[in-house]
Design a protein around this ligand. Structure first.
Ligand SMILES: Nc1ncnc2c1ncn2[C@@H]1O[C@H](COP(=O)(O)OP(=O)(O)O)[C@@H](O)[C@H]1O
Ligand SMILES: [Mg+2]
Length: 230
């Protein structure tokens, strides 16, 4: 594996205001982390430990109170909102527990959307079809999300996350809403795609069985990184 870091967090900190109170809740307490090209990283931790907060900071969807996140040589805080959206569209894919597909669009249209937004319609559509075939949905291109099973919807969401050829895919409990058998097939797909495309994956998961199958596991405990677990 090459050893180029594609994402670096430096002394990352995130405080939340607690309602009307002046007290702050420090959720992320100074995290230094490097994600290497092609790496599959699991993030585990109890509910409320800050996993989603950390993922959102990595993806530039949220701003740290202190510290910084650098993705492929650029710091999120140096980019204005338009540049940020473009950088994100080009370099990162997101997959959530619930698929967040648009119900009024077909599987193919949903996968094409990031390319439409990125101004790359023609190539985007060809690659979207290829990816949907790759995730086993060649016969489902024109189905809407409501006409697909949970596992199929998550496969569409994965294809959508990959369509811009990102260097990093951030997944927040991607199998949390799936039965064990479907979860296993989604995990197998993730591992195969990682091998084929050398894309890095960061996977937030509750499931130690999933974490075990990835390259490295970090646990988030009380806002800091615990020992790497093997
Ligand atoms: N927008 C917010 N305002 C205030 N507190 C928040 C906000 N978002 C999350 N929190 C708090 O931060 C902590 C971590 O949340 P989160 O990152 O969602 O945890 P996890 O994904 O590990 O379950 C929780 O205690 C949660 O209540
Ligand atoms: Mg969460």
């Amino acid at each position: 594996m090459t050893s180029k870091a594609i994402l670096t967090t430096t002394n990352l900190q995130r405080d939340y205001q607690q309602g009307d109170s002046t007290d702050v809740l420090r959720v992320i307490k100074g995290i230094d982390l490097e994600i290497m090209q092609g790496e599959k990283l699991a993030i585990v931790g109890v509910s409320g430990s800050g996993k989603s907060t950390l993922l959102n900071l990595m993806g530039g969807l949220d701003d740290p109170t202190q510290g910084s996140v650098t993705l492929n040589g650029k710091q999120w805080s140096d980019l204005d909102p338009t540049q940020r959206a473009a950088w994100r569209n080009q370099h990162i894919g997101f997959v959530y527990q619930f698929h967040h597909l648009l119900d009024e669009f077909s599987a193919l249209e949903n996968v094409c959307l990031p390319s439409l937004i990125g101004g790359d319609t023609k190539l985007g559509e060809a690659y979207a079809k290829e990816l949907l075939e790759r995730v086993g949905l060649a016969e489902r291109l024109h189905h809407r999300p409501s006409e697909l099973s949970g596992g199929e919807r998550q496969r569409v969401a994965i294809a959508r996350a990959l369509v811009r050829k990102p260097s990093l895919v951030l997944m927040d409990e991607p199998t949390g809403n799936l039965d064990p058998k479907t979860a296993e097939s989604v995990l197998k797909l993730l591992i195969a795609l990682n091998k084929e495309l050398n894309i890095s994956f960061v996977v937030v998961t509750h499931d130690p069985q999933i974490a075990k199958r990835l390259d490295r596991t970090i646990s988030l405990v009380d806002g800091v990184l615990g020992q790497d677990v093997d």
